[in-house]
Design a protein around this ligand. Sequence first.
Ligand SMILES: NC(=O)c1ccc[n+]([C@@H]2O[C@H](COP(=O)([O-])OP(=O)(O)OC[C@H]3O[C@@H](n4cnc5c(N)ncnc54)[C@H](OP(=O)(O)O)[C@@H]3O)[C@@H](O)[C@H]2O)c1
Length: 230
Amino acid sequence: MRALAGSGWTVYAVARRAERLAALAEETGAVPVAADITSQADVDALAGRVLADGGLDALVNNAGGAWGMDSVADGSVEDWARMYEVNVLGTLRVTQAFLPALRGNGQGSVLMLTSTAAFTAYEGGAGYCAAKAGEELMTRTLRLEEAEHNVRVIEVCPGMVKTDEFSRNRLGSEEAAEKVYAGVAKPLTAEDVADVIAYSLNLPHHINLDQIVMRPVAQAAQHKVIRRGA
Ligand SMILES: NC(=O)c1ccc[n+]([C@@H]2O[C@H](COP(=O)([O-])OP(=O)(O)OC[C@H]3O[C@@H](n4cnc5c(N)ncnc54)[C@H](OP(=O)(O)O)[C@@H]3O)[C@@H](O)[C@H]2O)c1
């Protein structure tokens, strides 16, 4: 968000917690809109707000998350449903709400934040992998369907990113979250991902970086993570 605002974009910052959005807006000049993407009413209101201001050039579908690390045998159906609801259906709702305007723009862009989990299985990951794989296939399908409308569809697939809440939400405690990154010299940061998002959206519109896989060097693959002194 900061990276896009810094390169001249007018950014609408969307999340559920209004107080955090207000602080971000204060810092960056972004337009805050509190909305839950799992609520159709919220998404309709969000689209109404943005379109009333004159439309948009790009949509970044970033909201998502993981809950639980249970095996398929023991996985919570509620956790799986929650992951599908936000990563797949939430992304679907927001994309549907803005596609007519993006087509009308003549040079629209949609950027999806999926994950390396979308195409690599790991023990305990099935619920999140399935949700991200669903989002990933929606992304590839969307690219095929929207090319004739000149809507560019970009997918960014990060590996290990150390963000404030992702692993805590998934594992339930700060302590468990810290272990995910223990000894890893330099996990990716939110800023790293934001730089790649801004880079891909700032390229001339006819260039579509259609799938970008980004990992820290220490994570050579999902199952090969270099940890020092951990
Ligand atoms: N961290 C990683 O290792 C990693 C790796 C690969 C891909 N990803 C993906 O990258 C994206 C961002 O992850 P992150 O690490 O930045 O996670 P995060 O720290 O948990 O941030 C998630 C963001 O999405 C918002 N959000 C969550 N649910 C929402 C909802 N229902 N409606 C509206 N906004 C919602 C949150 O704000 P509110 O809670 O205020 O709504 C927050 O701003 C996700 O799609 C995630 O799956 C993360």
